[in-house]
Design a protein around this ligand. Structure first.
Ligand SMILES: O=C(O)[C@@H](O)[C@@H](O)[C@H](O)[C@H](O)CO
Length: 355
């Protein structure tokens, strides 16, 4: 079991690689999508505001760029474990079943082949129309630390998504006025099935695992659009569509814990037993949908040591990252929050690995 750090695109720097190494990480999970445009946190997007413009034909997905990024990590003693998320600009018509779907599938095949050729083992993805949505940053973690919260009653209004936007980003400023019509979970499952059946064989050939992130928040619908994996057992439905080592899970403990059915320990056991987990978001929460808050790794509803023992019992040998953490009150809120989480994880892994 290994320790890693997830870095958004604007944080893929030598300083942050050194920060990760100093905190005991051996691996990096890189977000190549340029969301937020420098705005911290997971803003709740609406008809007027979202996470910015999704870049088309972004060179960051080329083999040359991937190899250069990997080299910059290797130079700091780190391994490039995974890329997290495709760009909305590169798969909006796969998600929407739109006119350029087939061309976008061919482009994702090229990306997967580039990733495999660069020796990067995993691509995480979240097959979702609304994406990660509805979080509000509030000072409610220990000591008043600012953290992501979700409260269906008090949160942002669930307005439909304007045409030309998806996964909280804009890919077409010239889209016709109006909004994306409602899409059912059943329809989205059909699109996911086509996506997996076409891309898993390519991923197998490229030596890449496609790892599915669950729906966060794990509601049945968000903004009128159906969700896919909003209960733990639905991860199995996704795996069973295309049984393969390349059809894997981006196992987010926080999101699984936010779900109303099942429990995170049974889910860890069920999916680590199958060797289906690509890598783990090792984060904690208090509460479940429709009202929860993300918290420090040691103050949530999950017994994280108990969880690690299940991973170890089932011989999981992948990477754990904090994903996101509360922002600590100091001059470097993000770094301090991550350093705290990584310190806890390093100690917990050492204890459990040596039991
Ligand atoms: O649990 C979560 O919501 C996080 O993992 C997401 O914030 C992150 O953006 C993932 O990349 C969603 O695919």
């Amino acid at each position: 079991m290994k320790l890693g750090l997830g870095l958004y695109r604007d944080r893929l720097t030598k300083d942050n690689f050194q920060f990760a190494k100093q905190a005991g990480c051996t691996h990096i999970v890189a977000h190549l999508v340029d969301y937020y445009n420098g705005v911290e946190g997971l803003p709740s997007t609406d008809k007027d505001r979202n996470m910015g413009i999704a870049r088309t034909n972004d060179d960051v997905w080329s083999y040359e760029s991937l190899i250069a990024l990997k080299k910059s990590m290797n130079e700091e003693g780190l391994e490039f474990e995974a890329i997290e998320n495709f760009s909305p600009a590169d798969w909006y018509d796969i998600l929407m079943d739109g006119p350029t779907r087939n061309a976008q599938i061919e482009n994702l095949k090229m990306i997967i082949r580039n990733v495999g050729r660069a020796g990067i083992p995993i691509i995480g993805y979240n097959f979702s129309i609304a994406g990660v949505w509805g979080h509000v940053n509030r000072p409610v973690a220990r000591g008043g630390a600012v953290t992501a919260t979700f409260n269906l009653q008090e949160g942002p209004e669930e307005t439909p998504i304007p045409n030309g936007q998806i996964w909280n980003m804009t890919y077409d400023f010239n889209a016709p006025k109006g909004c994306i019509p409602p899409i059912s979970s059943a329809e989205l499952w059909e699109r996911l099935e086509r996506f997996l059946k076409e891309l898993i064989p390519v991923a197998e050939e490229a030596g890449v695992r496609l790892a599915a992130h669950p729906d966060d928040p794990p509601m049945p619908t968000i903004r009128g659009y159906g969700r896919l994996v909003n209960q733990p057992h639905l991860y199995q439905k996704l795996l069973d569509i295309a049984p393969s080592h390349s059809n894997a899970l981006e196992f987010c403990m926080g999101t699984i814990q936010e779900m109303t059915d099942g429990n995170v320990y049974e889910a860890i056991d069920q999916y680590s037993k199958q060797n289906a987990i690509g890598y783990v978001h090792f984060r904690n929460v208090i509460g479940k949908v429709p009202n929860y808050q993300e918290v420090f790794v040691d103050e949530g509803d999950i017994d994280m040591i108990k969880a690690l023992r299940i991973f170890k019992r089932n011989k999981f040998d992948g990477v754990f990252i904090p994903d996101h953490t509360p922002q600590m009150t100091c001059k470097a809120p993000w770094h301090a929050g991550m350093a705290y989480a990584l310190g806890y994880m390093k100690a917990a892994l050492s204890i459990v690995n040596n039991e």
